[in-house]
Design a protein around this ligand. Structure first.
Ligand SMILES: Cc1cc2nc3c(=O)[nH]c(=O)nc-3n(C[C@H](O)[C@H](O)[C@H](O)COP(=O)(O)OP(=O)(O)OC[C@H]3O[C@@H](n4cnc5c(N)ncnc54)[C@H](O)[C@@H]3O)c2cc1C
Length: 431
C-alpha cells in the first residue's frame, strides 16, 4: 500500500497505524534508493513523501527549512531566486534527505561540506510514532549525519544556506577512446587530484560506457571538468587533457542551476528516467587512481560486455569532488565514516532483470570490478570503503559505517535505544 502524506501529522498517523497493525513501512521520496535491503519490505506501507516539498528561507538569511520529501532542483531553484545556495546532490531528481542522511555528496561540498554538514535541526517521526526535534544537543545528532536512515522519518530539515558568491560555472567535456585509460587517469592524478588537494573550484567526473558510434568493441571514456566562477575552464587546467588528443571535446558555461544539464544529471536526462533497468552499484572509496587497476577494470568491463551483451549498458562512474569542506570537519563528529577519501568510484551494472542467471552474472561482474579497485589501493584499507547511498546491499556493516570499534559500538547502542524493534532496518541496516 502507498500512502501519499501531505503533512507531518499524516506521517505520524501512518506510523502509529502501521505499528498497531504490525505492518512494515518505508519512507520514499523519488525512489532512487537501490540497495537490495529495501527489498525486505514485504506487504508493507510505502510512505510517499513527495508532497512535503516546502521551502522557507529563515529571517536570519543563514538557514532555510525544507520539507522532508523535497528534491534537489526545488531547493536549488528556490534558493537561487533569493541569491542563496546550499549543498545538495548534483542530480536534480534526487531528494535532499535521502542522500543527506548518509552524508550526501554535492558540487558545493568543497566549500561547505556534505549535505548533512548543513543540517541545523531535523523534525523526525520516531519508531513509536512520536515526533522529536533533533539538533546538536540531541543524542542522535551524531548518528543522523551518516547513518540516519536507521532512526526515523524526517518530515522537515533546517539547513545552513549561503550567499551565492560564484554564480557562474564553466565546463569542458572530453570523449576518449579506451586506449587512453592510462594516460588520462595518470594526468588526472597529477594535474587535478594532486594527492587529495584538488582546488576547491574544480570538480572532475568520468565514466566508462559503451557507445557504438565511438567504438563498437570497447567502452569509451567520458570525462568532464567543471570550474566555479569562470566563463571557461582555465587553459592551464584543460591543457594536459587536450594534449591527449580526445576523440571529441566540448565546452560551455552558465549559471549554477544549469550545471546538472551539462553532465547528464538534469530531470530531462536519461539518469532521471525510469528505464526499467536494474541499476546495481558496487561502490568503493579511493585515494587516487591506480592506472593499472583502471586498465584492468576497463578490460573486464569490455570483455564481459562482449561475452554477455545483456550487461552492455553497464558503466563505471568515477566522481572526483574536491574535499576541503568535508575534511575540515573532524571525522569523529558524525557517523559519516569516510571523510579522508578523495574519490567515489562505482561500477554500475545495468540490465533488464531476466532470471537468476543474469542477476548472478551482474553481481559477479560488479563484485569483480570492485575487488580490482580495492586490490589497486596503495595502502590498501582492510575494508572496501562503501558509500552507504550507493551500497549494493551485501556489504558488511563495517564497510558501510566504518570499522572503528567505537563507531560500531556507538551505532549499535543508539539503534538499540531508539529503534529496538528494527522499524527502520530496511535501508542499510546497522542491525
Ligand atoms: C540518478 C542518481 C543520482 C544520484 N546523485 C547523488 C548525488 O549527487 N549525491 C549523493 O550523495 N548521492 C547521489 N545518489 C545516491 C542517492 O544518495 C541514493 O540513491 C539515495 O537513496 C536517494 O534518495 P531518494 O530519497 O532520492 O530515494 P528514495 O528511494 O526515495 O529514498 C532512499 C531511502 O532513504 C530513506 N528515506 C527517504 N526519505 C526519507 C525521509 N524523509 N526520512 C527518513 N528516511 C528517508 C528510506 O530509507 C529510503 O529507502 C544518486 C542516485 C541516483 C540514482
Amino acid at each position: 500500500m502507498t500512502v501519499e502524506v501531505a503533512t507531518e501529522g499524516d506521517v505520524i498517523e501512518v506510523v502509529k497505524y502501521a505499528n498497531e497493525q504490525q505492518i512494515p513501512f518505508l519512507a520514499v521520496n523519488n525512489a532512487h534508493g537501490a540497495i537490495t535491503t529495501v527489498g525486505r519490505v514485504k506487504n508493507g506501507i510505502m510512505i510517499w513523501m513527495r508532497q512535503l516539498d516546502s521551502v522557507q528561507v529563515g529571517e536570519d538569511g543563514h538557514t532555510a527549512t525544507f520539507g522532508g520529501g523535497i528534491l534537489d532542483k526545488a531547493v536549488t531553484d528556490a534558493l537561487w531566486a533569493v541569491g542563496k545556495q546550499t549543498v545538495t546532490g548534483g542530480c536534480e531528481c534526487v531528494s535532499v534527505i535521502g542522500p543527506g542522511l548518509g552524508g550526501g555528496h554535492g558540487l558545493l561540498q568543497a566549500r561547505h561540506g556534505l549535505v548533512s554538514d548543513q543540517f541545523v535541526s531535523l523534525n523526525m517521526v520516531m519508531a513509536d510514532g512520536t515526533l522529536e526535534i533533533i539538533d546538536h544537543t540531541h543524542e542522535l545528532w551524531w548518528a543522523l549525519r551518516g547513518a540516519g536512515h536507521n532512526f526515523g522519518i524526517v518530515t522537515s530539515i533546517t539547513s545552513r544556506i549561503y550567499d551565492t558568491k560564484y554564480p557562474t560555472w564553466a565546463f569542458q567535456n572530453f570523449t576518449f577512446t579506451g586506449d587512453k585509460v592510462e594516460a588520462l587517469y595518470s594526468n588526472i592524478n597529477e594535474h587535478l587530484l594532486r594527492n587529495g588537494t584538488q582546488p576547491t573550484d574544480l570538480f572532475h567526473y568520468s565514466f566508462f560506457s559503451k557507445n557504438a558510434a565511438i567504438d563498437a568493441d570497447s567502452p569509451a571514456i567520458f570525462f568532464y571538468i567543471l570550474q566555479e566562477g569562470v566563463d571557461a575552464v582555465r587553459e592551464a587546467v584543460v591543457a594536459p587533457f587536450l594534449a591527449l588528443e580526445p576523440f571529441a571535446t566540448f565546452k560551455g558555461s552558465g549559471d549554477y542551476p544549469e550545471l546538472p544539464g551539462w553532465i547528464g544529471w538534469a530531470n530531462a536526462a536519461a539518469t532521471c528516467q525510469n528505464s526499467g533497468l536494474a541499476n546495481t552499484r558496487f561502490p568503493i572509496e579511493l585515494q587516487k587512481y591506480n592506472v593499472i587497476a583502471q586498465r584492468r577494470v576497463h578490460d573486464l568491463l569490455r570483455s564481459t560486455m562482449n561475452e554477455v551483451p545483456a550487461l552492455n549498458r553497464s558503466i563505471i562512474l568515477f566522481e572526483g569532488y574536491s574535499q576541503q569542506g568535508v575534511k575540515a570537519i573532524p571525522s569523529q563528529d558524525s557517523a559519516y565514516p569516510f571523510r579522508g577519501s578523495n574519490l567515489l568510484v562505482s561500477p554500475v551494472v545495468r540490465f533488464n532483470e531476466n532470471g537468476e542467471e543474469l542477476t548472478r552474472k551482474a553481481k559477479t561482474l560488479g563484485e569483480a570490478l570492485r575487488d580490482i579497485l580495492h586490490e589497486g589501493e596503495d595502502n590498501r584499507h582492510n575494508i572496501k570503503r562503501t558509500y552507504v547511498n550507493y551500497a549494493f546491499g551485501t556489504e558488511s556493516v563495517e564497510e558501510i559505517y566504518g570499522n572503528e570499534f567505537w563507531r560500531q559500538e556507538k551505532l549499535l547502542a543508539l539503534k538499540k535505544k531508539y529503534d529496538p524493534d528494527g522499524k527502520f532496518s530496511f535501508y542499510a541496516p546497522i542491525s
